[in-house]
Design a protein around this ligand. Structure first.
Ligand code: DHB
Length: 306
C-alpha cells in the first residue's frame, strides 16, 4: 500500500487528510472523534481573544448536491477557556493544529503564543473568513498586512505557522508570497468564498448576517486553481482546501501542488467516518497509478503542463 505519511513543514502527519477549521464543532471531544475516525490531524475552530456568541440563526443554507453557505460569526469560547478543549483532544492522542483569528498583528501573536502553550503542533492563521467585520479577509487581503501579521506570529512562537489565504482576491500567489516572506512555513488555501442567498418570499437574505461563506463541491475548481497558481510561486508546502469529498478530489489537489488537504463540508454531510474512506481510497489510487508515496505525486501536474 502506498505511503500516506507526509511531512508538513516538520509536522509529521499520519495521512494528508486534515479536519478543516470550524467543522465538526469546537469541543475537544469532537476533535478527538475526528482523530479516532482517522484524520491526519485536526484543526480547531478559529479562536479569538474574547468569548463570542456568533451571529443569530439562520447561520447555514445547505445546497444538497454542491455545498453550503454559512455565516456563524466566529463563535468561540475565547483563548482563556479553549486550552482545556485542546487538552481533551490531545489526551485522545490527536495531532492538533490551532486556528486563531484577530484584528491586529499583535493580537494574532498573543493568541498564537497562548495556543502554543496549549500544546498544538502548528498555528493556522485565519486571514480569510469572508464576512466577519474587522477579521479574516478584512485583515488578510493586502500582501503587506499578511506579511506583517505572519512575521509578528513567527516571532512569538516556535511552531510552524500556516497562513490560510483567501480566494477572494485577484492574486492569491501574491498573498502566499507575502506570507512566505513573513516566515510562514506553509500556506493553506482556500477558505470559503463570499456568497449570498435571498429568500424571495420574505424579500431578505436567507442568513441572518446576510453575506456568508460558500463551501463544498462547487468551489473545488477554484481551490485547485489557487493551489496551482501558488505552487508555481512559493517554495513552502501548500495545504489544499475546498470541495474535497473523495480520494480522487484529494489526489487532484496533490497533483496540483498540495502536500496535505483539509476536509470540511463533506464531513458535515457525511460524518467523520469519511476520513477512513478517504485514506484507504487515496492509498489504493496511488498504488494503481504507481506512486509509492503521496509525496511523490505532489505537483506532478505541473510537469505535464510544462
Ligand atoms: C466562519 C469563519 C470562516 O473562516 C469561514 O470561512 C466561514 C465561517 C464563521 O465562523 O462564521
Amino acid at each position: 500500500m502506498a505511503e500516506l505519511r507526509v511531512d508538513l513543514a516538520g509536522v509529521k502527519l499520519r495521512n494528508p487528510f486534515l479536519l478543516a477549521s470550524g467543522i465538526w464543532g469546537e469541543s475537544g471531544e469532537s476533535l478527538a472523534g475526528a482523530w479516532r475516525a482517522g484524520a491526519g490531524a485536526v484543526i480547531t475552530k478559529s479562536i479569538g481573544a474574547e468569548p463570542r456568541a456568533g451571529y443569530p440563526n439562520p447561520t447555514v443554507e445547505v445546497y444538497e448536491k454542491w455545498g453550503m453557505l454559512n455565516a456563524m460569526g466566529l463563535p468561540n469560547p475565547g483563548i482563556e477557556e479553549y486550552p482545556r478543549e485542546i487538552a481533551v483532544a490531545r489526551a485522545a492522542g490527536a495531532t492538533v493544529i490551532g486556528s486563531v483569528f484577530a484584528a491586529t498583528a499583535e493580537e494574532f501573536a498573543r493568541l498564537s503564543a497562548r495556543m502554543a502553550e496549549a500544546g498544538v503542533v502548528a498555528i493556522e492563521l485565519n486571514l480569510s473568513c469572508p464576512h466577519a467585520e474587522g477579521f479574516g479577509t478584512e485583515v488578510g487581503s493586502e500582501p503587506e498586512d499578511v506579511e506583517r501579521i505572519v512575521h509578528a506570529v513567527v516571532r512569538a512562537v516556535h511552531l510552524p505557522v500556516i497562513a490560510k489565504i483567501t480566494p477572494n482576491t485577484a492574486n492569491p500567489a501574491g498573498l502566499a508570497l507575502a506570507a512566505e516572506r513573513g516566515g510562514a512555513k506553509a500556506i493553506s488555501t482556500i477558505n470559503t468564498l463570499r456568497g449570498l442567498a435571498v429568500d424571495t418570499t420574505l424579500g431578505r437574505p436567507v442568513l441572518a448576517h446576510g453575506l456568508g461563506g460558500l463551501s463544498g463541491a462547487a468551489i473545488k475548481p477554484i481551490g485547485l486553481a489557487c493551489v496551482w497558481q501558488i505552487f508555481e510561486k512559493v517554495h513552502i508546502p501548500i495545504v489544499g482546501v475546498g470541495g474535497i469529498r473523495s480520494a480522487e478530489d484529494a489526489l487532484e489537489y496533490v497533483m496540483a501542488g498540495a502536500r496535505a488537504v483539509e476536509v470540511g463540508t463533506a464531513i458535515t454531510f457525511e460524518g467523520v467516518s469519511l476520513f477512513g474512506r478517504l485514506a484507504n481510497g487515496l492509498s489504493a489510487r496511488l498504488d494503481e497509478l504507481g506512486f509509492a508515496r503521496v509525496e511523490d505525486a505532489v505537483g506532478v501536474a505541473h510537469r505535464a503542463a510544462g
